[in-house]
Design a protein around this ligand. Sequence first.
Ligand code: PMP
Length: 289
Amino acid sequence: MIYLNGAWMPIEQAMVPVLDRGFIFGDGVYEVIPCYSGHPFRLREHLARLQSSLDGVRITNPYSVERWDELVREIVVKNPMVDQYVYLQVTRGVAPRDHAFPKDVKPTVFMMSNPLTTPPQEQREHGVAAVTVADNRWLRCDIKSVSLLANCLLRQTAIDAGAVESVLLRDGLLTEGSASNIFVVKNGVIITPPKSNFILPGITYDVVIELARAHRMPLEIRPVSEAEVRDADELWLTSSTKEVLSISSLDGKPVGHGESAGKPGPVAARMYQLYQDFKRTVMRVPANV
Ligand code: PMP
């Protein structure tokens, strides 16, 4: 069951007018919320990021946080999967085609839920391949916009190279992945770029930083150079669906040094475990909190 503008229906019956500005201009924003055994993970944080994306593109939030909260919990109940990811998007609405914002238009709200499949065991054990690509996206990557053409092209560059993710570089610095945030480990220190207009403020990124701090793991949040990416002991990508996943080869070369070169490293293994434990803690909280 999906949700469209106030109604529940099977996805096959869901229709959006062709003049929806999401279709014409990619004029909208979205969120992806993982839900474990019916429990939305970090829902408040996802809804706060939704609000900042909406503010960034000047769409009035059609619902209160409480209403969104209800809808997310409702869609999870209406769908049978144990673990799901809820996708929601808000576009500016339907109007005759004109770049300028239409007056008095109602945003289009769409929500669906799909099975949440985290990376397979094989990827966990061996890590994944990534390639570096020049980050040619716009300068508001902090907005979770449905205009994802640049991200799609960047991701496809990775796929065409037989890899799973692109590690993006802008002006000699690491930004993020095409659909993930990136962490570097060097000499036991976890390093990741600070939040800025160049990266999406990942919910998983925040969780990883919180866990590193809580467990007194050395952490630096600062610009990361291309040289540091290439010389890393470990490289990870993080996202709500991929969680914490090691990148074991970059541009065809093994990541890391010595014996652990080309394999997921020990800091990644620790963080992955902390993340799993943290997820379980959240799932013990009653569903209505
Ligand atoms: N950056 C980009 C460009 C992304 O698309 C994503 C995943 N949606 C992320 C980072 C990770 O964000 P999150 O941890 O909230 O899934």
